[in-house]
Design a protein around this ligand. Structure first.
Ligand SMILES: [Zn+2]
Length: 539
């Protein structure tokens, strides 16, 4: 089941770009640390000043040693001076130090056995630079004071650790555009700081900037068969996304060609701008757009009022229907450009209403036959969790609210996701989610769980010619969006309505039956808020 919504695709690509950015950094860190760990190891050897012949005869090992803050393990007298030097350079003495990652008897001869004391658990069996992950590298650089001289502030490193955690713990493989810019920026900043010490970091910025191209992602994956295998489901989605982008590009091209050749008769395939504008208004909570047209000597010029703005078409079309499509497209592209300031405008309804009252009176809308738009409302009682491993409490809380915001299909916002969700709950008279934050004090990680109880309505962007189909479409959207919450189930004979019903019944506690609603936009229906069980599916 393809659970992608129209606006999600880019976020998935952003997730891949972030992991690729981390990979570019990791490759260079490997070279840098191979060299610097060697230097550090030599430095320790001099400090320990051991007689070359002194070797650990008891094969000291720490397999059974449990990490305890501020404590060092007992070792033999040959290993002892090494232990003390490693400890003296440890800047995380109050936390969990994984001495048991390493084998003390190898300290005098193997640099990575020393380095592993500054790494997180799970590195016990790693002995060469290629075997460590980026988290191991970043920990080494923050926990070993030798590396402090390479970066002015540890924040440069912890900011990248945070990116790595966000990507690793992302349950839905999604990163927003704004986050992507911030994430790649942090990776570049660390590269910039290190380039004077290791010249290969110089190309990092350029390489990361190339990631902006979608094509790069595919080329990268095509060249990395292992990764492609392990990312198989995501790879399929990516291909699908690319196909959709191609289709849409083709449609836009066709449209523009039609415009240029003064043949404004739109094909049925692209008679969608008007619907999309209605859907967007509904998503954003704006009043329903009002279409009208101005009669001119050669035909009609479209006009639409939406979000307090009035748009007028740039061309004169022989039919009013076409004029509406043309102005809807114009309005959509203008509104998309305003996207950055969208959230501010959403809070700006008073001004918006004031300006809309200044515009001309709308003329009556010409009908284009029945077009049914389905929606379904599901009342949820569910826990949304941030995933583990957030280094800060605020971060864990925001991450959980972000997931809930996506589920509720709330617009991106310049303010926090928590604010957006609480605002939504407030305006819809839904109780705010119950927040619970768990922390693992020793590991310093946080997880946030939100219990959300309330209705969510799922709208279908495209209209259907039949009511029954409109309901099936609505159920399909709900199933896709809720797959992370309700789980999934095979859809028999295309009957999404009955699958949704069964899945809701299968929840513990059992959830209420969904409520369907169908409006005929061809006749210009208003907002639908009424709930009721929809009974006509089987009929
Ligand atoms: Zn020993």
């Amino acid at each position: 089941m393809d659970s992608f919504r129209r606006f999600q695709d880019d976020d998935y690509k952003n997730w891949i770009k972030t992991t690729m950015g981390l990979n570019c950094l990791k490759t260079r860190l490997g070279g840098f640390l191979e060299h610097e760990t060697e230097t550090y190891h030599d430095h320790l050897r001099n400090k320990v000043n051991a007689n070359k012949g002194d070797l650990c005869t008891t094969q000291c090992n720490l397999k059974k040693w449990m990490p305890r803050p501020k404590q060092v393990p007992q070792v033999c007298e040959v290993c002892e001076p090494w232990r003390d030097e490693i400890w003296a350079n440890h800047s995380f003495k109050g936390g969990q130090v994984y001495w048991n990652n390493s084998k003390p008897y190898l300290w005098p001869t193997k640099k990575w056995e020393v380095a592993k004391v500054y790494m997180p658990r799970g590195n016990m069996d790693h002995t060469a630079v290629d075997q460590f992950d980026i988290s191991a590298f970043l920990n080494l650089m923050t926990q070993c004071s030798y590396f402090a001289k390479f970066v002015k502030s540890k924040t440069l490193i912890t900011q990248v650790t945070n990116v790595r955690n966000q990507v690793m713990h992302s349950a839905d493989f999604r990163v927003e555009k704004r986050e992507l810019e911030s994430y790649l920026g942090r990776i570049k900043d660390l590269g910039q700081a290190l380039k004077t010490h290791y010249p290969k970091f110089s190309e990092l910025t350029e390489e990361i900037e190339q990631l902006e191209e979608l094509q790069c992602v595919r080329v990268f994956l095509e060249g990395n068969n292992d990764l492609q295998k392990s990312l198989a489901p995501q790879w399929e989605r990516l291909t699908e996304v690319q196909e959709r982008v191609d289709t849409l590009t083709f449609r836009v091209d066709t449209l523009e060609m039609n415009t240029r050749t003064h043949d404004p008769e739109f094909s049925t395939d692209i008679l969608k701008y008007k619907n999309h504008l209605y859907e967007e208004a509904r998503r954003q909570g704006w009043p329903e757009p009002v279409f009208s047209e101005i009669k001119e000597a050669l035909g009609y010029r479209g006009r639409v009022q939406v979000r307090g703005q009035t748009f007028e078409g740039v061309q004169v079309c022989p039919k009013s229907k076409t004029a509406h499509q043309e102005v809807a497209k114009l309005a959509l592209s203008q509104l998309a450009k305003d996207c950055a300031s969208l959230s501010e405008l959403a809070n700006d309804t008073e001004e918006g209403e004031a300006s809309s009252s200044q515009t001309d009176q709308p003329q009556s809308l010409s009908c284009t036959g029945p077009v049914f738009f389905g929606s379904v409302t599901v009342v949820l009682k569910t826990d949304i969790t941030s995933g583990e491993g957030h280094s800060g409490m605020t971060e864990a809380v925001q991450s959980a609210y972000k997931k809930l915001a996506l589920l509720l299909d709330l617009p991106e916002s310049a303010s926090s996701y928590k604010d957006v969700v609480l605002e939504h709950c407030h305006t819809r008279d839904v109780p705010p989610p119950e927040e619970a934050v768990q922390s693992d004090a020793e590991e310093k990680t946080y997880q946030c769980t939100l219990r959300f109880t309330g209705p969510i309505t799922f709208y279908v962007p495209e209209g259907s010619s039949k009511k029954k189909q409109a309901c099936q479409q609505a159920a399909k959207v709900a199933l896709q969006r809720l797959s992370g919450v309700l789980g999934s189930k095979e859809v028999m004979g295309g009957n999404y309505v009955s699958t949704l019903k069964e899945l809701l019944e299968a929840q513990t506690p059992q959830l209420d039956k969904p409520a369907y609603d169908v409006t005929d936009r061809g006749r210009g229906a208003g907002e639908v808020t009424e709930r009721g069980e929809w009974r006509n599916v089987e009929g």
